[in-house]
Design a protein around this ligand. Structure first.
Ligand SMILES: [Zn+2]
Ligand SMILES: [Zn+2]
Length: 308
């Protein structure tokens, strides 16, 4: 990871937005550096809309074009910021070109609220961070942003360090930031000023979960390596997802064994604290364009196993 991949705002005194950091980290940094206390004014200034029209922490980059113009003079573009600094950018290269989520990129970049999209994918995990990543970020960049890969709803450990992600005050149980509290990793608790934090969600570290984290680490690397020049997104071929795993009837058995579960279709999402439709893994195999992100990454994790 070299600093020349980091986005440098054009206005003076602004931070470098490190590769893999969330877009919202930049808005947070700017909000704080101006000493602002008005959330709605900052949401309007940086995203062109009200906080109630956005998901907590703006994980998909709603209004990214507004931010691109307000902070960078339009270069990089809002779409490029989404590719490099949001969950949509992290997931995009893993999903098929026909993925239903792709059609939301254009409205999201322009700031149009897309509750339907968010409700399929977002379950309100508080903003989360890895203590090891934060230390490295402070050493390298002088501040610790939120990182996109830690906001993945079904990730509860850092894919790079394996550390449990922190989110909740260990003393009073208040999340450090539910989305628009303008906090950054390393800050004290808003309620009790406590400095020690714990994980918001406990998950058993089965070998299946560790494989899933490896896939996330890979995607994080892909996203962070995107240079300043917009590169054409490389998507899998339309039917590639279903060709990863053969024969199909073994997928469920493989996943169940890896995750130590009797039934992978009904149990994995519950174990990870996310909502999935019944049969979501089978859907990903038969109708890749309707696949959920978790299903595709689970199938990728099996494929990754074969290539280890
Ligand atoms: Zn980490
Ligand atoms: Zn507290």
């Amino acid at each position: 990871m070299s600093s020349d991949q980091a986005v440098r705002p054009s206005c003076g005194g602004s931070p470098i937005l490190p590769p893999g950091a969330t877009l919202h980290s930049l808005a947070t940094f700017l909000h704080r550096s101006k000493g602002s206390r008005n959330t709605e004014r900052s949401c309007l200034r940086y995203y062109g809309g009200a906080s109630e029209r956005m998901e907590p922490g703006n994980p998909f980059g709603q209004g990214a074009q507004h931010l691109a113009e307000a902070v960078y003079g339009g270069e990089p573009s809002g779409l490029e910021l989404i590719r490099r600094h949001t969950l949509l950018g992290l997931f995009g290269p893993a999903m098929g070109e026909a993925w239903w989520g792709n059609r939301f990129r254009a409205p999201i970049v322009e700031g149009i609220a897309t509750r339907k999209f968010a409700s399929e994918i977002w379950l309100g995990k508080p903003l989360s961070w890895c203590p090891d990543c934060s230390r490295e970020d402070i050493d390298q960049f002088g501040w610790a942003p939120w990182r996109v890969v830690h906001q993945v709803p079904f990730a509860h450990h850092c894919p790079s360090h394996g550390a449990a992600l922190l989110a909740i005050c260990a003393i009073c149980q208040e999340p450090l930031d539910r989305g628009f509290h303008w906090r950054l990793p390393g800050d004290a608790c808003r309620r009790c000023r406590g400095q020690s934090f714990s994980s918001g969600f406990l998950v058993d570290e089965s070998s299946g979960y560790r494989r899933l984290l490896r896939v996330l680490a890979e995607l994080d690397g892909v996203m962070a390596s995107k240079g300043p020049v917009p590169a054409r997104e490389v998507f899998p071929e339309r039917n590639e997802i279903s060709s990863w795993v053969m024969p199909r009837q073994n997928v469920s058995t493989l996943l169940s064994a890896e995750w130590g579960l009797a039934n992978s279709e009904s149990s994995i999402s519950r174990l990870l604290g996310v909502r999935e439709k019944p049969g979501f893994i089978r859907t990903a195999l038969l109708r890749p364009e309707l696949a959920s992100v978790l299903a595709v990454l689970l199938l990728r994790s099996i494929r990754a196993d074969g290539s280890d």
